[in-house]
Design a protein around this ligand. Structure first.
Ligand SMILES: Nc1ncnc2c1ncn2[C@@H]1O[C@H](COP(=O)(O)OP(=O)(O)OP(=O)(O)O)[C@@H](O)[C@H]1O
Ligand SMILES: [Mg+2]
Length: 609
C-alpha cells in the first residue's frame, strides 16, 4: 500500500507513472478488496451471475433459430437440435424468448439491488472513515477532492457493478459462444475470420490505453475546475469584497477551456478508433461473407447456415468492438477503487462511532497540565510551533494564555483536544498522562468555544443541541438563556427554528459566539477552552458575550486564550507565550510588576496599566 499512499499525496493523479505490470497485480488486489462488500449478498450475486450467463447463452441461440427457420422454409433440416418444421422452430423460439425475458428481469433487478446495497455500505464506511481521520489528513487535501471520492469515484464503481461487469460477462459469452458456433458451421470460414481478429484486438487495446490516459487528464482538469467553483462559492463574500469576480471568472474560464481542449483531443482519437473498428470489423465481415457465398455456390453450405454464420459474425464482431470501452470503464473503476481504498486503508482516530450516547467511562476532574511539550504540525515539520511548553491548571482554575499572533495559542487548544499529538513531552489530565484516557472520554469532557465559530446549516436549536444530542427543548432554552442568547433568538420570527444559513452566515459574529457558548454549556465539560475571537465586537455585544462566558466558566477549569487583556485580570494564572515558548507566568499583579516583561508591554499597548 506504500505506493497508494504516496500517490494520494500527489493529489490523486496516480496511475500514469506507475509501472504497467504492477498495476495489473494491484488491480486484482484492489478490486477483490472492494468485492468483500458484495460478500453479504453473495447468494444473490451468484444467482444473478448465473441468470446473466443463462440469458447470454439463450441470446446466442437466436441465430441458430433464424438459420434453422430459413433452411426449414426451403425444406432442409440442417440442425438436428431443432424441430424440422417452421412452426416447430417458431414455437420453440417463442418459449425460449419468454424465459429469456423472465431471466433478464431478475438479473437486472438483482444486480441493481446488490450494487446499491454494497455501494451504500462502501459510501457509509468511507464517510465514517473520513470523519474519524486525524486532523492532519485534512490539512493536505481540499474538501472538493475528498467530496469527489464519495460522489464521483463511488458512482464509477457503482456503474461497473451494475452495468460494466454484466456487459463484460455477456460479451465474453457471446464472443466465445459465437466463435464456437462459427466453427461448428464452417471451420474454413471461421479461420478466415480469425485471421483478421488479432490485428483488430491488438490495435484496439493499444488505442484504448491511449484514450484512457487522455480521459483521465480531462477528469483531473474537471475536478480542478470543480474545486474552483466550490472554493469561490464558499468564500463568496471574499470574492465580492475584493472585487475579484473577473479574476475568478477568468481563472475558471481558463480551466474550463483546458478541459474542453483535452476532451476534444480525446474525441479525435476516439473518433479515429471508432472508424478503425467500423472499417476493420465490417470490412472483415463483408470479406468473410463473400467467401461464404462462394462456399454456398459450391454447395458446401446452405443459405440458412450462411445466414446463421453472418449473425454470429456480427455478434463476435460487436463483442470485440465493445471490449475497449468496457476495458476503459474497468480501468476507471480501478482508479476510483484505489482512491476510495486509500481512504478506507487510512488509519483513523480511535473514537467510538456508535450511535449510543457518548457516555463517559473515565471521569476527568479538571486538572490539566503540559509537561515539556514540543510540537510541530505534521504538514510543516520544519517549523517547531511549541517548544518545551509546561504549565498546569488546577481543577476549577482560570488560566489565561496570551501572546502575539502566531505564537501557538490555538495550537495549544488543538493539543488539549488531541486533534494532534506532541512529538515529545506529555499532556496530563488529573496528573495522569493523556494516553491513559480514551479519545472519546477526553473530547467529551473538554469543550471549546473556538476563535472562528462554525455553525451547521440547520436551525439554531439543532446547532445548540450539537453539544448534547439528547438534550430536551427545556435544556436547550435554559442553555441559551444562560448564554445570553435566548433574547435574540426569540426576537426572530421563527425563534429556535430559525435556519442559520450555510455555516451560520445569517447570524452576527456575537450571536454566533453566544450560540457556541450555549452549545458548550449544554455539554457541561470539566475543562473549557475559550479561544477569544480576534475580531472585536461592539461594547454592547462584547458585554453580552463576556457575561455569557463568565456563566460558562463557573465550576470548571477554564483555559482562556485572550487578546483583550482586560478580560483576564481575574485569572488565577496567566501564561505568556512567545514564538512557542512560555516566557512568563504568574497572575496579573506579578506580571505587570515585571518592568521588562512582554505582558507589561502588551498591556501598555492596550492602554490598560
Ligand atoms: N494546521 C496547521 N498546519 C500547519 N501550521 C499551522 C497550522 N495551524 C497553525 N499553524 C502555524 O502554527 C503557528 C501557531 O499558530 P496558532 O494558530 O497556534 O497561533 P495563535 O497563537 O493562535 O495566533 P492568533 O493569535 O493569531 O490566533 C503559526 O505559525 C501557524 O502558521
Ligand atoms: Mg489562534
Amino acid at each position: 500500500m506504500a505506493r497508494g499512499r504516496s500517490s494520494l499525496n500527489s493529489g490523486g493523479k496516480q496511475g500514469e507513472e506507475l509501472p504497467k505490470t504492477k498495476l495489473s497485480r494491484q488491480t486484482l488486489k484492489n478490486v477483490s478488496k472492494l468485492l468483500s462488500y458484495v460478500q453479504p449478498y453473495r447468494g444473490k450475486f451468484i444467482a444473478a451471475l448465473f441468470f446473466l450467463f443463462l440469458s447470454s447463452l439463450v441470446g446466442l441461440a437466436f441465430p441458430s433459430f433464424l438459420g434453422g427457420l430459413i433452411d426449414a422454409a426451403q425444406g432442409k433440416h440442417t440442425n438436428k437440435f431443432l424441430p424440422a418444421t417452421v412452426q416447430g422452430i417458431g414455437l420453440l423460439a417463442l418459449i425460449v424468448l419468454f424465459s429469456q425475458a423472465f431471466v433478464s428481469f431478475f438479473r437486472i433487478l438483482w444486480f441493481v439491488q446488490i450494487a446499491e446495497r454494497s455501494l451504500a455500505d462502501i459510501r457509509r464506511d468511507t464517510y465514517f472513515k473520513l470523519i474519524t481521520l486525524r486532523m492532519d489528513f485534512f490539512a493536505n487535501r481540499r474538501v472538493g477532492e475528498l467530496n469527489s471520492r464519495i460522489s464521483a469515484d463511488l458512482s464509477q464503481i457503482q456503474d461497473t457493478l451494475t452495468t460494466t461487469l454484466a456487459e463484460i460477462i455477456r460479451q465474453l459469452v457471446l464472443l466465445i459462444g459465437g466463435i464456437t458456433f462459427l466453427a461448428i458451421v464452417s471451420i474454413k470460414l471461421t479461420l478466415a475470420l480469425l485471421v483478421v481478429l488479432p490485428v483488430l484486438v491488438v490495435t484496439a487495446v493499444l488505442f484504448g490505453r491511449f484514450i484512457r490516459k487522455l480521459s483521465r487528464k480531462a477528469q483531473d482538469k474537471l475536478a480542478e475546475s470543480n474545486t474552483i467553483v466550490e472554493e469561490t462559492l464558499q468564500g463568496i463574500a471574499n470574492v465580492k469584497a475584493f472585487v475579484n469576480e473577473a479574476y475568478e471568472a477568468s481563472r475558471y474560464g481558463k480551466n474550463i477551456r483546458e478541459v474542453a481542449n483535452i476532451a476534444i483531443k480525446g474525441a479525435k482519437y476516439r473518433g479515429l478508433f471508432a472508424s478503425f473498428i467500423v472499417f476493420g470489423m465490417f470490412g472483415a465481415i463483408v470479406t468473410v461473407i463473400a467467401y461464404g457465398c462462394l462456399l454456398v455456390s459450391h454447395n458446401e453450405l446452405t443459405v440458412g447456415e450462411l445466414f446463421k454464420f453472418a449473425l454470429y459474425a456480427v455478434f463476435v464482431g460487436s463483442a470485440m468492438g465493445s471490449f475497449p470501452e468496457l476495458y476503459a470503464n474497468i480501468q476507471k473503476s480501478v482508479g476510483a477503487s484505489e482512491r476510495v481504498l486509500e481512504i478506507l486503508d487510512e488509519k483513523g482516530e480511535d473514537v467510538s462511532i456508535d450511535h449510543a450516547e457518548n457516555e463517559i467511562k473515565q471521569k476527568i476532574e479538571g486538572n490539566i497540565a503540559f509537561d515539556n511539550v514540543n510540537f510541530h504540525y505534521p504538514s510543516r515539520s520544519e517549523i517547531e510551533v511549541l517548544k518545551g511548553v509546561s504549565f498546569e491548571a488546577q481543577t476549577g482554575q482560570k488560566v489565561a494564555i496570551v501572546g502575539p499572533s502566531g505564537s501557538g495559542k490555538s495550537t495549544m487548544a488543538s493539543l488539549i483536544l488531541h486533534f494532534y499529538h506532541p512529538q515529545s513531552g506529555t499532556i496530563l489530565f488529573d496528573h495522569q498522562p493523556s494516553d491513559k484516557y480514551s479519545l472519546t472520554d477526553i473530547r467529551n469532557q473538554v469543550a471549546i468555544v473556538p476563535q472562528d465559530v462554525m455553525l451547521f446549516g440547520g436551525t439554531i436549536q439543532e446547532n445548540i443541541a450539537y453539544g448534547k444530542l439528547s438534550a430536551t427543548k427545556e435544556e436547550i432554552i435554559q442553555a441559551a438563556q444562560r448564554a445570553n442568547a435566548h433574547h435574540f433568538i426569540t426576537s426572530f420570527p421563527e425563534g429556535y427554528d430559525t435556519v442559520v444559513g450555510e455555516r451560520g452566515v445569517k447570524l452576527s459574529g456575537g450571536q454566533r459566539q453566544r450560540v457556541a457558548i450555549a452549545r458548550a454549556l449544554l455539554k457541561n465539560p470539566s475543562i473549557l477552552i475559550l479561544d477569544e475571537a480576534t475580531s472585536s465586537l461592539d461594547s454592547e455585544s462584547e458585554r453580552l458575550v463576556q457575561d455569557a462566558l463568565e456563566e460558562l466558566m463557573k465550576n470548571r477549569t477554564s483555559i482562556i486564550i485572550a487578546h483583550r487583556l482586560s478580560t483576564i485580570r481575574e485569572a488565577d494564572k496567566i501564561i505568556v507565550l512567545e514564538k512557542g515558548k512560555v516566557i512568563e507566568s504568574g497572575n496579573h499583579e506579578e506580571l505587570i510588576g515585571n518592568e521588562n516583561g512582554l505582558y507589561r508591554y502588551l498591556s501598555q499597548l492596550q492602554f490598560e496599566v
